[in-house]
Design a protein around this ligand. Structure first.
Ligand SMILES: Nc1ncnc2c1ncn2[C@@H]1O[C@H](COP(=O)(O)OP(=O)(O)OP(=O)(O)O)[C@@H](O)[C@H]1O
Ligand SMILES: [Mg+2]
Length: 345
């Protein structure tokens, strides 16, 4: 390959590799080197990028002397996705000595697409379950004329429950998309944070009493007022305390401490919500804020959960430029910590 062509290819912002008919690499540009650290001239391309599809299309290109496009996932880099354009360079037209392999990295697009399809599948699944239950009961009530009033009422109660579950799911999804999209700025107001916490606790009072739990709020925060969007921050605390209630045994305690904290030289109000519940094992900790991620799907559903609670929490805190951490150990309870900056703009 001529020097000036190599120079030009070095500037092409795509992974570009040239190979000879024996598949040995004759040239690669800087982008190829950045992506495939072990690339070297003279090496078989298959030793650098392993893929049956790519290989067979390289064969075809040399055999049929025409350009090809192929999508593939290398077996030695399983998380990566590429589209390869196999082109003969004008210089070598006629002789077909060198084939240029231009790779477009599709990994981000692929992951995004997968996230989107997973999300649609999850939503459909979550809606289908209560829907089919409702439809089932409607049919029973319609078809069985001998159903007594008591049984009919029992069925209606179940249908009502399921309808509420769908409503909650739709409300959670709307809330999630509102905070995720982030197109409108949040309306902020100087607010007393202890007040917000108390409101969240009051909102959950019935559940707290039903499980005979004790919720202690220890306010060590002296600044009191901080700038925040109170509707969304109440939701953050409701979601976290609701979990603490759900995943704790009857009669246990939930301790909430409010204080000031410094992280990377910035001042935050720190709200720590600690339960004495069943705890969470390490492998799940990093994934709890993913949409629909639940340790035990059936159990969460039985408890009325949609699996969106903590992802809503994460998005609201991000919109406040805050931080969120989860610490836990099996049988040792869990601690959820929210950090909100004093100065937020
Ligand atoms: N305090 C906790 N103790 C133990 N496990 C918890 C706790 N909080 C959350 N989890 C686990 O994290 C998962 C995700 O929580 P998240 O709040 O997002 O969903 P959910 O509670 O199942 O449903 P919902 O969206 O209705 O709140 C839960 O299903 C549960 O397995
Ligand atoms: Mg929850």
């Amino acid at each position: 390959m001529k020097k000036n062509i190599k120079k030009a290819l070095d500037k092409v912002p795509l992974i570009t590799i040239a190979i000879s008919v024996d598949r040995n690499i004759t040239y690669y540009n800087n982008f190829a080197k950045q992506k495939f650290l072990f690339i070297e001239e003279g090496r078989d391309i298959n030793a650098v990028i392993r893929s049956m599809e790519l290989n067979s299309f390289i064969d075809k290109a040399f055999r049929e002397k025409i350009d090809f496009k192929v999508e593939f996932q290398p077996s030695n880099y399983e998380d990566w996705y590429f589209i390869a354009d196999l082109v003969f360079f004008p210089e070598s037209e006629g002789s077909h000595k060198e084939l240029i392999v231009i790779l477009t990295d599709q990994t981000m697009l692929y992951n995004y697409e997968k996230m989107r399809t997973d999300f649609v599948a999850n939503v459909s699944h979550e809606l289908r379950t209560p829907l089919s239950s409702i439809v089932g009961y409607i049919e029973t009530i319609k078809n069985d004329i001998n159903l007594g009033k008591i049984t009919t009422n029992k069925f209606l109660d179940i249908m009502e429950d399921q309808a509420w579950r769908m409503t909650r799911l739709v409300e959670d999804l709307l809330m999630l998309s509102k905070y995720e999209a982030g197109d409108k700025p949040l309306e902020l107001k100087e607010t007393e944070i202890a007040n917000i916490l108390q409101k969240a606790i009051d909102n959950l009072n019935k559940k707290i009493e039903d499980k005979k739990l004790k919720v202690n709020l220890n306010d060590l925060f002296t600044k009191k007022l901080i700038s925040l969007n109170s509707d969304s921050i109440i939701q953050v605390f409701i979601n976290i305390i609701d979990n603490a209630i759900k995943y704790s045994d009857e009669g246990s305690e939930i301790n909430i401490v409010l204080k000031q904290a410094i992280l990377d030289d910035n001042a935050y109000v720190q709200v720590q919500i600690k339960d004495q519940g069943e705890g969470i094992s390490n492998e799940h900790l990093n994934r709890l804020t993913e949409r629909f991620y639940r340790i035990d799907k059936n159990r969460s559903r039985d408890l009325g959960g949609t699996g969106l609670g903590l992802s809503i929490v994460k998005h609201i805190i991000n919109r406040h430029n805050g931080k969120f951490t989860i610490e836990s150990e099996i049988n040792q309870g869990s601690t959820f910590t929210v950090y909100l900056p004093f100065e937020f703009n």
